[in-house]
Ligand binder design. Structure first.
Ligand code: SF4
Length: 337
């Protein structure tokens, strides 16, 4: 039986974060300005629950956006206690939250442990000190290592989020960060390509010519490499790319950077392109080719705007894709006729 996961997102804006990383304007990114009230959080959960099927669904509440554990302990507890009745009634299984690695200590972890939090995602962003310094993250690699160990020692699931294309970043460093995330024991991750958002220090650097944003095609290629590392090591890639807020979608807040609403699809298109390209040699005498793929991968195999199908059509008279329910992960086979 397939269990569907659903996370009810509660955005905690930057007010919980006393820090200012050069790329971040949480108020614009989360699209919300004020800390939500307990009442508001309760309403958000109730509204989402009316739209989620109860059949075979695992529901979590996720506190995202800012730095949850930067809130006072009293506020953290107040927010967590809003979720408790939904967990007691069986509507919600658990809580996940994101925070900074240097905002983790025993007192905080005790509080989270006693209030149904099961997953803690730390914003690592990079595991290279020169990049962390250049981004004015205000913490070091050592902080990430220590916090990750504490999170795991307390029995939480660990998530480590990373960014690509930050100042001083290279493909090699990005891959090393992913490898370190695996080594630190994360079982989930999020990959965020760096965007230049209006009103940030990164915008100043960009305008002064001191920062160059990754072009979209390069960001897709880098992320493809990360997929290989994370998937090989069973690290679940929960998200790729920022949630598209209104300001990003209409371009008001976006100065530069590889923003694309279907970024994950672009990456998976490239992964499938790598699989499919060798078929053009292997089956070079075929007129028609049928590619059988797992149901979940069908659209990605065809590719964003049918990119992969069009590529194959240059070599074969007829190309079709078929869903094969018996196939798992990214296995596939081709029929030639
Ligand atoms: S720690 Fe997170 S919320 Fe705070 S400024 Fe940096 S990216 Fe934004």
């Amino acid at each position: 039986m397939i269990i569907k996961h659903f996370t009810i997102p509660i955005f905690i804006p930057g007010v919980a974060c006393p820090h200012q990383c050069i790329f971040c304007d949480q108020k614009k990114i989360s699209g919300r300005q004020k800390l939500p009230s307990a009442e508001k959080i309760k309403n958000i959960i109730e509204e989402h629950l009316t739209t989620i099927s109860k059949e075979n669904t695992l529901v979590e509440v996720g506190f995202f956006g800012g730095t949850f554990t930067g809130l006072s302990l009293k506020k953290q507890e107040e927010f967590l206690k809003v979720v408790a009745p939904f967990i007691d009634k069986g509507f919600v299984k658990s809580i996940r939250l994101s925070t900074r690695p240097d905002f983790i200590n025993d007192e905080i972890l005790e509080l989270l442990k006693n209030n149904h939090v099961e997953t803690i995602e730390l914003g690592a962003q990079s595991l290279h000190d020169d990049i962390l310094l250049a981004c004015e993250r205000g913490h070091t690699l050592d902080d990430v290592v220590k916090a990750s160990k504490m999170v795991l020692d307390y029995g939480f699931h660990l998530g480590l989020q990373m960014m690509i294309g930050l100042p001083c970043d290279t493909l090699e460093k990005t891959k090393q960060t992913a490898e370190k995330i695996v080594e630190l024991g994360a079982d989930n991750t999020r990959i965020y390509p760096t965007l230049v958002v209006k009103g940030t220090k990164l915008e100043e650097l960009f305008n002064n010519g001191e920062y160059t944003a990754l072009p979209l095609d390069k960001a897709v290629k880098w992320t493809k490499e990360l997929f290989n590392i994370f998937e090989k090591n069973n690290v679940n890639i929960i998200r790729v790319g920022l949630h598209p807020s209104e300001g990003l979608l209409n371009g008001d807040d976006l100065i530069a950077g590889p923003f694309h609403q279907s970024f994950r699809e672009l990456v998976l298109t490239e992964i499938w392109n790598d699989f499919l390209l060798p078929l053009t040699k292997k089956y070079k005498d075929c007129e028609k080719i049928i590619i059988n793929v797992p149901e979940k991968e069908y659209n990605y195999a065809i590719g964003y705007k049918a990119k992969n199908k069009k590529m194959l059509e240059k070599y074969f008279k007829k190309v079709s894709f078929k869903r094969d329910k018996s196939l798992k992960n990214r296995t596939y086979y081709a029929d030639c006729c």
